[in-house]
Design a protein around this ligand. Structure first.
Ligand code: ADP
Length: 196
């Protein structure tokens, strides 16, 4: 089962991804995590993308598509995988469709986590406060200004994926405003409908 997670920053994709990994035994492929890993490791790609990530803009479609294409070759992706943070543009979605087609696979379902815009900035403030209380580092792009930039980028470049996947009859909207467990239950219900 190949699942795409769609939703603005702060919608709870990471939290729900952990639940899906656990329940369905498929790996989570987070391009944000992979890019931050490349930055931390100081690879050539990491050096190229650090400033872009910190500014809240998108890394080039070619760079992220190459990272994903390589990752999905791994054996653990054979039963399926959950894409979190990719695709983020219509061009990336087309690249994904093309790379899966070569392997005679396809996206099975796109789960869109729907949340109120106003709730997102509140969630960010909580996330920062909690990280600080725990003494954990706060992501460089998790400050209010860059976060608002990321929300704008989502609306302009990623939201067009909603009609893109609607047209493919793959889009399932899930109310992301409930409690964590209620949201997980709704996602599981959608996945179980199509599971094979
Ligand atoms: P978010 O909390 O916004 O969902 P992510 O961890 O998914 O954050 O991504 C953080 C940053 O990494 C993005 O703002 C962007 O710069 C870069 N990035 C992640 N995935 C992609 C992608 N598919 N295309 C382009 N840039 C990406």
């Amino acid at each position: 089962m190949i699942v795409v997670f769609l939703g603005p920053p702060g919608a709870g994709k990471g939290t729900q991804a952990a639940f899906i990994v656990e329940k369905y035994g498929i790996p989570q492929l987070s391009t944000g995590d992979m890019l931050r890993g490349a930055v931390a490791a100081g690879t050539p790609v990491g050096k190229k993308v650090k400033a872009i990530i910190d500014s809240g803009e998108l890394v080039s479609d070619e760079i992220v598509a190459a990272i994903v294409e390589e990752r999905i070759e791994a054996e653990d992706c054979a039963p399926g995988f959950l894409l979190d943070g990719f695709p983020r543009t219509v061009a990336q979605a087309e690249m994904l469709d093309a790379m899966l087609e070569k392997k005679e696979r396809q996206v099975d379902i796109v789960v869109e986590l729907r949340v109120d815009q106003e709730a997102l900035v509140d969630r960010l403030r909580n996330r920062i406060r909690e990280a600080e209380e725990r003494g954990d580092p706060v992501r460089e792009d998790d400050n209010e200004e860059t976060f608002k930039k990321r929300l704008g980028v989502y609306g302009e470049q990623t939201a067009p994926l909603i009609p893109y996947y609607e047209k493919q009859s793959k889009l399932k909207g899930v109310d992301g405003m409930g409690g964590i467990e209620a949201v997980s239950a709704e996602i599981a219900a959608r996945l179980d409908e199509i599971k094979r």
